[in-house]
Write a protein that binds this ligand. Structure first.
Ligand SMILES: *Cc1c(COP(=O)(O)O)cnc(C)c1O
Ligand code: SF4
Length: 342
């Protein structure tokens, strides 16, 4: 039984149309001056500034170090060119792409890029230089991708990604899931998205029906980095997803100045669990050019992860991982105990 909500589909579309794209407007709303936060209008030319008003509403007015603001504010530090940082740090423009809009890097799982855009532009994103125009899936390409899924019996899980796959209309998602459900060897679908957090109204009854209405097991991985992102509206959206039988996981990126403290990480895990979401991965930053100011060293990350593990039950401790091109899975970053043991 799919719970009904009183949210109309138009609401999230309206919020998308009203996203803030001007740094000046954003800072005015927060009563901050550009020089207080290192804002750079030049960085915006590289990668647009984009943030939904609902997300801005969770920022602290007058705080230049707000952890949500830092995730979306175009900063002068992005213009620095850093050695070891590249435009494609995770190897997604090479061999991993066999068909347009498909990435098949890991056994049993196939990733479909359903949308090139996002509702929010996160400054640390490894896709900030991604050649989306050549990898954007049209409907015809989805159908071709599904032919590939049908012929590769090793695929048991289809992952919707992007960009943000929930920018796709509910009817199209429903059609896609229905088609996937006809492929016998596929058992699971998974959606990687930030939309239910940044615009909770995205969780419409039709979306719940599309994701949970087939024989496939359904998981939604929300991408949240800080507990302050999770307000009551997000809680209601999570509740609706859970009531529909969807498993909820979170994936975070460890980001300097956003969540690189024991307290921030513990609070994030606890808040997620209060909303029925389990912490899944904590990623080290992908070394993408323009994001070096978010970097936390692997060494410090391990110390933080150990501190979190010492404070929380195991099921609230995300796996600390990094993405490495050419590896068969996300690579676990050793914790201190493991290092001592070898
Ligand atoms: C991260 C990722 C997955 C999913 O990996 P899990 O470890 O199953 O979460 C699948 N495909 C690609 C291309 C990925 O980057
Ligand atoms: S892909 Fe994810 S991290 Fe990157 S801009 Fe979109 S929502 Fe943010």
């Amino acid at each position: 039984m799919i719970p009904q909500t009183d949210i109309s589909p138009a609401d999230w579309r309206a919020q998308l149309r009203e996203v803030i794209t001007s740094g000046e407007d954003l800072l005015r709303l927060l009563h901050l001056r550009p020089e207080q936060v290192g804002y750079s209008s030049l960085a915006v030319q590289d990668f647009a500034l984009k943030v939904p008003r609902a997300f801005v509403g969770r920022m602290r007015v007058g705080d230049p170090e707000d952890p949500l603001l830092r995730q979306v504010l175009a900063s002068a530090e992005e213009l620095l060119v850093t050695a070891d940082y590249s435009a494609d740090p995770v190897g997604e423009t090479g061999d991993a792409i066999r068909h347009p809009g498909i990435i098949q890097k890991y056994h049993g799982r196939l990733l479909l890029m359903l949308s090139s855009g996002c509702a929010i532009n996160c400054r640390y994103c490894f896709r900030r230089h991604f050649p989306y125009h050549s990898n954007q899936n049209s409907r015809r390409e989805w159908l071709q991708a599904l032919e590939h899924v049908a012929t590769d019996t090793s695929i048991s899980e289809v992952i919707f990604s992007g960009g943000d796959p929930l920018l796709v209309a509910d009817e199209q998602l429903a059609d896609l899931v229905e088609r996937i459900a006809t492929i016998p060897h596929v058992q699971r679908i998974r959606v990687h998205t930030r939309l239910p957090v940044v615009i909770p109204e995205r969780v419409t009854p039709a979306l719940l029906e599309a994701l949970a209405g087939s024989r496939l097991q359904s998981t939604v991985v929300i991408h949240t980095n800080h507990a302050n992102e999770l307000d009551d509206k997000v809680a209601a959206a999570m509740q609706a997803l859970r009531s529909a039988g969807i498993t909820l996981l979170n994936q975070a990126v460890l980001l300097k100045g956003v969540n690189d403290s024991k307290q921030a990480l513990v609070e994030l895990s606890e808040r997620l669990f209060a909303l029925g979401v389990l912490p899944y991965y904590l990623h080290l930053l992908d070394k993408v050019q323009g994001a070096a100011h978010f970097d936390v060293s692997a060494q410090r990350a391990v110390v933080l992860a150990d501190q979190v593990a010492a404070e929380l039950p195991g099921y609230l401790v995300p796996r600390l991982v990094r993405e490495e091109a050419g590896q068969p899975a996300k690579v676990g970053v050793n914790n201190g105990h493991a290092l001592l043991a070898v």
